[in-house]
Ligand binder design. Sequence first.
Ligand code: 4AD
Ligand code: MG
Length: 442
Amino acid sequence: MRTNADSLAARDVAVAQIAAHAGKRVRLRGWLYNLRESGKLLFPILRDGSGWIQGVAFKKALPAEEFEALRGLGQESSLEVIGTVRADARAPGGFELDIEHVTVLQAVSADEPYPITPKEHGIEFLLEHRHLWLRSQRPTAVLKIRHEIIKAVRDFFDADGFVLADAPILTPAACEGTSNLFEVEYFDQKAYLTQSGQLYAEAAAMALGKTYCFGPTFRAEKSKTRRHLTEFWMVEPEVAFATLDDVMHLAERLVTCVVGRVLERRRPELAVLERDVAKLEAIQMPFPRVSYDEAVERVNAAGGGMVYGTDLGGADETLLSQQFDRPVMVHRYPAAVKAFYMQPDPERPELALCVDMLAPEGYGEIVGGSQRIHDRELLQRRIAEHKLPTEPIEWYLDLRRFGSVPHGGFGMGIERVVGWICGLEHVREAIPFPRTIYRIQP
Ligand code: 4AD
Ligand code: MG
């Protein structure tokens, strides 16, 4: 079938590529973002996922029925337009489209208008309409930055000789404590949605030396904070022979690389989000390292009320991170408040060789990691102390039976990193379809 595009020799282009077609006739396909009318002129704004562009439809330049079809068109109707690209310094992207043809693919009816309008909507309304809200400018910018972050993470590990080995999602045992497990029926047994791929990454590290897994993880978090999802994505490197110092160095290198990549490639999206980029430009190595003991003193000196021996709460993390212009790494927490697998500090065995990296500006913990226990007896003792069932992780003890070596790694929560880099109020905006204690729709 010959279309208008064929007969007019119009090339299909994406809005993002429009600058390369100035003066040329093109076809754009997308959705109507907005429509302004002024006498014989219509000014539709078209978006196609790659960008936004304003068109100018002059009544005499279009077949009459096409002009009329455009005139009444509802927001988010899908359409194709053919026109000539014109440079215009006043236009937001530097270009406008002089429209010659409009083909409406699906018209949004006036009886059932698109629910998200340029006016302010409440957050609950927007979350209920997340499947549509994704089309708006802010969510689109966040998704593009999330994409860039994930790509940067994978490129970083790839360039550093890490081999991807993903962990299962259906698991027989807990990794991060038993209080927030999602239990599922698994034929005639019980299984759990993974809280972390770490135990499997440890097995892969003994096979590959340097490995990482990257996938969704699940926690039945009852807490309703701006930092918690019940389903989130975590990237978890694991390295044979790594010490706690190696783990911290790897984490600061990764985070610096990710921030640098977003600054290099996603400035326009950061601008849409009105992100203060100076705060991101300050993210340079080395990151400060603060022991847990010092962290408690710093938090309390800043007006906090931390009791020595307890974990840092969200407010404590904020009091501490505000003291630095870049992420701070808190190491050597009391073993009693941390996971069973962490290697004790040989100098003070009541402390664990672990690290939490806290993002600046109060965004909280973005990385949690440690050196792992490599001695089988000590590991068995810890499993017993934590009252964990041994049978489902018998295989994990094998790693300490056959060529055990010191090793370590960490987990970085993608939504926490996206939330921080984008300057979001809540991590639920950092993932396409958030899952929280109160939300599993849409
Ligand atoms: O500190 P966590 O619990 O560490 C682990 O799971 C280790 N097994 C990782 C490892 O060493 N391989 O979680 C790691 C990170 C946190 O620092 C945080 O960024 C993120 O995962 N995270 C969450 N993000 C969103 N919602 C939640 N409920 C999260 N819980 C943890
Ligand atoms: Mg943690």
